[in-house]
Design a protein around this ligand. Structure first.
Ligand code: SF4
Length: 181
């Protein structure tokens, strides 16, 4: 019987959620028996090569490329999961949402003390993705089927959620998995 297929992506995130996934440690051997990975930074597969059962998304959408990747995941994944605070609520990148984009650019590229005078330029290469006015959590762009809280969600939480989805069990995330104190 074919294994369930998993894909993952990092949008506007820090890769901490992917690192937490790897913290499942030796359970990765059991996972390799249980599932097959498709498009993901874990295996460096860049394009979907088959329909995916479960897509895991880290990070929200801060630019046009994030939106494109997220829509592509929605199209190719039967179940789509928002992993971590950035994906579920915008997280740290969304702290800029209360500041006009023009001011963010000015501070980052023109007035920051860490920018040398000769480097003061707002990047405008046409190949760069367009920065969105606001950082959006994933569910404001596409339908999301499940949400995993935490920054990052713990390895145990990711493991429980993933195995439940793979085995068709209801997603019951107990207090021990979602408390962060
Ligand atoms: S939720 Fe936290 S760990 Fe995950 S991508 Fe965002 S900042 Fe990084």
């Amino acid at each position: 019987m074919s294994k369930p297929v998993i894909a993952t992506a990092s949008l506007a995130g820090c890769f901490g959620c992917h690192m937490s996934f790897l913290d499942i440690d030796e359970r990765i051997l059991a996972l390799a028996e249980l599932v097959e990975f498709n498009k993901s930074p874990f295996d460096d597969i860049k394009r979907f090569s088959k329909p995916v059962d479960i897509g895991l998304i880290e990070g929200g959408c801060c630019n046009s490329e994030n939106v494109h990747v997220l829509r592509d995941f929605r199209k190719n994944c039967r179940i789509l999961v928002s992993v971590g605070e950035c994906a579920t609520m915008g997280g740290l990148p969304s702290l800029r949402n209360s500041i006009p984009l023009r001011e963010c650019f000015r501070e980052a590229y023109l007035e920051s003390p860490s920018v040398a005078p000769e480097d003061r330029l707002i990047p405008n290469d046409e190949e760069l993705p367009i920065i969105l006015d606001k950082v959006m959590p994933c569910h404001e762009v596409v339908l999301i089927d499940a949400f995993l809280p935490g920054c990052p969600p713990s390895a145990d939480l990711i493991w429980e959620a993933l195995t439940a989805l793979v085995e068709g069990r209801p997603l019951r995330l107990g207090y021990e998995l979602v408390k962060f104190d």
